[in-house]
Write a protein that binds this ligand. Structure first.
Ligand code: GLC
Ligand code: GLC
Length: 827
């Protein structure tokens, strides 16, 4: 069952009924000012940091769900009937409803009783404000008197404090309202230590306003039945403490067929510390007023929206493909790329599942996000790399998380997730391959515990961090956890409520991770290529030797016979072995060891992949572990705390699936790789939305596994490393368009049913027009298979660049600005 459809031309997902299984959300803003918005206008906004600069309030885990939003009410002043044109919060049945989630904007349209409305929400590029453009049309044969009310509820900046510290916060709230009532300023704590305020402005003369929540709602009433709306008149209330809100009341007289437009702005502004006031206690508006005046003009709104579309369109222009599969095209051309950008921006901070309070920027998460977004925004990728490296310690270790506003590491979580530093190598490698900008390697970057080194030095220390921490089998010690946050082999927790990851209570000298071993070999080889490329062959050789040695250790101590082991626990017992009663096979080391080149070409990799297919694959994707844990194992940690089939305990943890897709592609198995891709591709799951339940246009972190009662149900959509890795798997390995240090490689591993595909890729200033086709006539002389990344022969039998055949599959560089044609013939 579907709740909408893709509009490919307009790059929108169109939701055609408001009661989706869960709120289907979108993101507004791409930079400093951002927010989430649901298909019924729920959500909230923040400036730079979803916890510390929260503009509006949202009620997580509320009933009904998705409360707090960018609310609009319409009221027929002749009858007193009122409704929300976005369905929530009034939830009156509408005659028509449609939500279009586009790239960083959302438009919700509806009609009731001959009054139609459209609300467009977006953040103009580079601005610290969001625009709500409301259009109301009278489709009745007679004139209509309609009242429109706007509504936001301000959060008192620190979202955590806002949700808990009521003894203080019920007394601190302050607002200012301009003489005409059109601009409402939220200035809680502005008088003393803050030099920022929020504002909510309206383009039309107002009949009234409210800034005190209870005056607007009325006693004991909810957002669905505000008193001001019911009676058709605002209270002109000024908040003193309690809960400041912003609401405007605009009266619209509409002739038959007439449309009126009202623009609302919700914005954030700062003043210099010594220039905050124009009179005692009064906000100095000299800086913000021109901004408000500008954006309240409908022509400016039009131009701002066009500018937004130009920016997003340009970003997506980095790669556009035309394959035989519509769901692949949708994801690669629009939605997966967009999700990569959003995930890069937001890390894991705000979504329907991330409250904006919890985790700042995750070190490993942000490093992996780079893999999917570097081609879309290389400049910001560069900044991010520096921020991340600056949270490293001189040991090479890293803070597991940092706050985006302060860019300092989060002491409460600390360090000791032993995979963390290695991801930085992958992130930087992706940046270098995409941009060729080797200057970044020579930049000095501080360590968070003092001292500094070049970025190149940071990467060396990242790798050394693993080598300095090897266990009894010569395999990397796991620390508190590796990629799998829930495999806590040194944190034995028996106290309710305690964090599984930070309760590190064992010496940590025994538990080893085969996953980290795979990641290390991959990172060491990537680094060796970089070192070689910048004229440091000795470094290259030494890390290659370390990768070889690690490979040997994995084959000797990390291979269970049919698959890679997962780990050794604190007692030295194997985890992820046929010898275990539960948790026999884990996905992570299968994908990652093969990506690191371990066992490729000698049958080990193909055997591991066959085991994945036999033991872990379901129609809804590949599960993380089988059989899942049915009991709590204190020596394994959080993984065994989840009910079987959920989260790390045997769900289809989508982040890991692309590793297997890549491994299959490396083994030359185009059908298997693409088959796995389609199983979790959200667009390909659209028709089973009643099962999948999350948005069909973005990946979710997990899909319940075969052991769950709700097998196939997705959760934790949007902010997940799944976005970046699936983008890498489909674009770089299946379609095979892979940036490398020496140029753009085109080495597809396609499903056998595909005759080919075409693509346009912007890479280092050059536009590559790529056409891949299968050599049709069997009589055609068999070309020499090109040398490939791994040890299997490539599908490619010939590459022709601007009419000239080339050797191998790496297209040589061309002058920036050039457009070159690349024809690729495959077997
Ligand atoms: C979550 C975390 C990520 C971790 C994964 C597996 O997605 O954000 O860092 O690797 O879970 O536990
Ligand atoms: C919880 C989640 C896991 C996530 C971790 C991050 O353990 O289950 O998926 O990675 O929190 O701290």
């Amino acid at each position: 069952m579907r709740y909408g459809h893709f509009d490919d031309e307009r790059r929108e997902y169109v939701i055609t009924r408001p009661d989706t299984p869960v709120p289907w959300i979108n993101y507004l803003g791409t930079d400093e000012f951002f927010g989430i918005i649901s298909n019924t206008a729920g959500g909230y906004s923040a400036y730079r940091d979803a916890r510390l600069r929260r503009l509006t309030r949202y009620r997580y885990n509320n009933v009904p769900p998705d409360y707090g939003g960018r609310y609009l009410y319409l009221r027929d002043d002749a009858t007193g009937e009122y409704w929300s044109p976005t369905w929530q919060p009034v939830r009156r049945d509408l005659d028509a409803y449609e939500c279009r989630h586009g790239l960083s904007y959302t438009a919700i349209s509806s009609s009731l009783g001959g009054i139609s409305a459209q609300a467009l929400y977006f953040v103009p590029p580079g601005q610290t404000l969001e625009v709500w453009r409301l259009r109301v049309t009278n489709e009745r044969p007679e004139a209509a008197e309609i009242s429109a009310f706007s509504f936001v509820e301000f959060a008192l900046w620190d979202a955590q404090d806002d949700a808990t510290n009521f003894q203080r916060n019920y007394s601190t709230g302050e607002v200012e309202v301009d003489a005409a009532g059109g601009v409402i300023y939220h200035k809680t704590e502005y008088r003393e230590r803050r030099n920022h305020f929020a504002y909510f402005a309206c383009s039309e003369p107002v009949a009234g306003f409210d800034t005190q929540r209870e005056a607007f709602l009325g006693a004991y009433r909810g957002f669905d039945a505000p008193l001001a709306v019911q009676r058709g008149a605002s209270g002109d209330s000024v908040a003193h403490g309690w809960s400041p809100v912003g609401s405007h009341h605009v009266r619209l007289t509409l002739a038959p067929g007439q449309t009126r437009e009202v623009v609302f702005l919700l914005g954030y502004s700062e003043n210099p510390r010594d220039d905050k006031f124009s009179a005692p206690g009064v906000i100095n508006k000299s800086r913000v007023q021109p901004v408000i005046d500008h954006w309240l003009d409908p022509a400016a709104v039009e131009a701002g929206f066009a500018a937004l579309q130009a920016v997003t369109g340009d970003v997506l222009g980095a790669l556009q493909v035309d394959t035989p599969d519509v769901d692949t095209n949708r994801m690669v051309n629009v939605w997966n790329a967009y999700q990569c950008l959003v995930t890069f921006n937001m890390s894991r901070s705000m979504s329907s599942y991330e409250s904006g309070i919890g985790r700042g920027m995750g070190f490993r998460d942000s490093c992996q996000d780079l893999l999917g977004s570097v081609q879309l925004d290389p400049a910001r990728a560069r900044d991010r790399i520096r921020d991340l490296a600056a949270t490293q310690f001189a040991s090479g270790g890293a803070f597991h998380q940092y706050q985006p506003l302060t860019k300092t590491g989060n002491d409460a979580i600390g360090s000791g997730f032993n995979d963390d530093p290695l991801w930085l190598v992958l992130g930087v490698a992706a940046y270098l391959k995409e941009t060729g900008d080797a200057t970044i390697l020579n930049e000095q970057v501080p360590f968070s515990d003092g001292g500094q080194a070049t970025l190149y030095g940071h990467l060396q220390r990242s790798l050394r961090y693993t080598l300095d921490r090897l266990g009894p089998h010569g395999l990397p010690l796991i620390g508190r956890a590796d990629w799998n946050d829930c495999l806590n082999l040194n944190c034995f927790s028996e106290t309710p409520g305690e964090s599984f990851q930070t309760t590190e209570n064992l010496s940590g000298g025994v538990a080893e991770s085969i996953f980290i071993a795979g990641l290390f070999t991959l990172a060491a080889r990537e680094f060796a290529d970089i070192a070689y490329h910048c004229g440091r062959p000795a470094d290259a050789n030494s890390f290659r030797a370390d990768a070889e040695k690690m490979t040997g250790n994995v084959i000797e101590h990390g291979w269970d016979g049919d698959w890679f082991l997962r780990a050794y626990d604190h007692y030295g017992n194997p985890v992820g072995s046929a010898a275990n009663a539960e948790g026999q096979v884990f996905i992570e080391p299968q994908g990652m060891c093969i990506m690191g080149g371990i066992g490729v070409g000698n049958g080990v990799a193909t055997r591991a992949l066959a085991s994945v297919r036999e033991r872990l694959a379901t129609p809804h994707g590949i599960m993380l572990v089988q059989p899942p844990f049915s009991e709590y194992h204190v020596e394994l940690g959080e993984i065994s705390s989840y009910p079987p089939g959920y989260k790390e305990n045997g769900s289809v943890f989508c982040h890991t699936n692309p590793w297997v897709m890549i491994a299959e592609a490396m083994a030359g198995h185009g059908d298997a790789a693409f088959d796995y891709y389609q199983r979790i591709n959200p667009a390909a799951r659209e028709a089973i939305s009643e099962v999948h339940r999350c948005e069909p246009y973005v990946y979710a972190q997990m899909i319940a596994g075969a052991d769950a009662a709700t097998h196939g149900e997705a959760k934790n959509s949007w902010l997940t490393g799944t976005a970046a890795w699936n983008f890498v798997a489909i674009t770089q390995w299946i379609l095979g368009i892979r940036p490398e240090l020496d140029g753009l490689r085109v080495d597809p591993v396609l499903p056998s049913a595909w005759p080919g595909y075409s693509a346009t890729r912007r890479f280092r200033g050059v536009t590559y027009q790529i056409a891949v086709r299968r050599r049709d006539a069997p009589a055609e002389p068999a070309g020499q298979p090109a040398a490939s990344h791994g040890h299997v022969p490539s599908q490619v039998t010939g590459v022709i660049v601007d009419g000239q055949p080339i050797e191998g599959t790496v297209v040589p560089f061309a002058a920036p600005g050039a457009t070159i044609r690349v024809e690729v013939i495959i077997r």
